[in-house]
Design a binder for this molecule. Structure first.
Ligand code: ATP
Ligand code: MG
Length: 229
């Protein structure tokens, strides 16, 4: 349990580039309170996924720092970090296995925990309706499922680890308005239960976010509510 009032995520003067001297993120600073739902939008190439990659420690900042619950990112042990931060990637990988195995991902989680995560992700309804429920094979790469359903499986998979922070990188391709609506509803149900940082390709996906950050060429161009933007 971390101190009250400490933000879930604090980004301070973050600068990073994949190629030295060519920054993709420029002196970025932001604070995300515990339990908040933040959305990130911006044109393709504006640095949204890069910011998430740095929060996930895939890369080290060139300058500046990131803290999670008041602790420097670099100082957190791997196991604890994995338990604190859950990721729903832009292009989730589904196994040719059952719904249950796709949520469990080899962690050997209790059934009740898997179902709890599926319910929280809004995935329980469609899984329960499959002919063998949680034991139904989902096909190669989840071929039986719609894009939206795959995203919900990926959300359930991340939630099953009971993270305190959920990072979501919305799928770019084949996003239909039904998928977008499914993801939007799932995020709404999660608000307040976990700190959510969601990259969205449409403002409507994150219309209920507490705050929306607009990235433009690696800089924060605007922040505000959906109505304000
Ligand atoms: P999208 O909406 O298309 O997902 P994005 O906002 O997530 O875009 P990023 O993927 O963060 O954008 O990319 C920001 C910039 O960094 C782009 O110019 C991109 O070409 C570059 N970039 C991203 N990943 C890499 C990488 N692994 N190596 C080199 N350059 C990269
Ligand atoms: Mg991206």
């Amino acid at each position: 349990a971390s101190r009250e009032g400490v933000p879930a995520v604090r980004v301070e003067h973050l600068t990073f580039g994949y190629v030295p001297g060519t920054p993709v993120l420029h002196d970025l600073s932001l604070e995300i309170p515990q339990g908040a739902f933040f959305g990130i939008v911006g044109h393709t190439g504006s640095g949204k996924s890069t910011l998430l990659s740095l929060m996930l420690r895939y890369y080290a900042p060139e300058r500046g720092r990131i803290e999670i619950h008041g602790e420097a990112l670099a100082a957190i042990g791997n196991e604890r970090f994995r338990a604190e931060v859950g990721l729903v990637p832009q292009d989730p990988f589904l196994l040719a296995a059952s719904a249950r195995e796709n949520i469990d991902m080899g962690r050997g989680l209790p059934r009740a925990r898997i179902e709890e995560a599926a319910r929280a992700a809004h995935a329980h309804g469609f899984i329960a309706a499959l002919e063998q429920g949680y034991d139904t094979p989902l096909g190669e790469g989840g071929s039986r499922l719609s894009t939206g359903q795959k995203q919900l499986i990926a959300i359930a998979r991340a939630l099953a680890g009971r993270p305190r922070i959920l990072l979501l990188d919305e799928a770019t391709s084949h996003i239909d308005s039904q998928t977008e609506q499914i993801v939007q509803q799932a995020l709404d149900e999660l608000r307040g239960k976990v700190t959510i940082i969601a990259i969205a390709h449409r403002l409507s996906t994150i219309r209920d976010a507490d705050r929306i950050i607009v990235l433009n060429h690696g800089r924060i161009a605007e922040t505000g509510s959906h109505e304000a933007l």
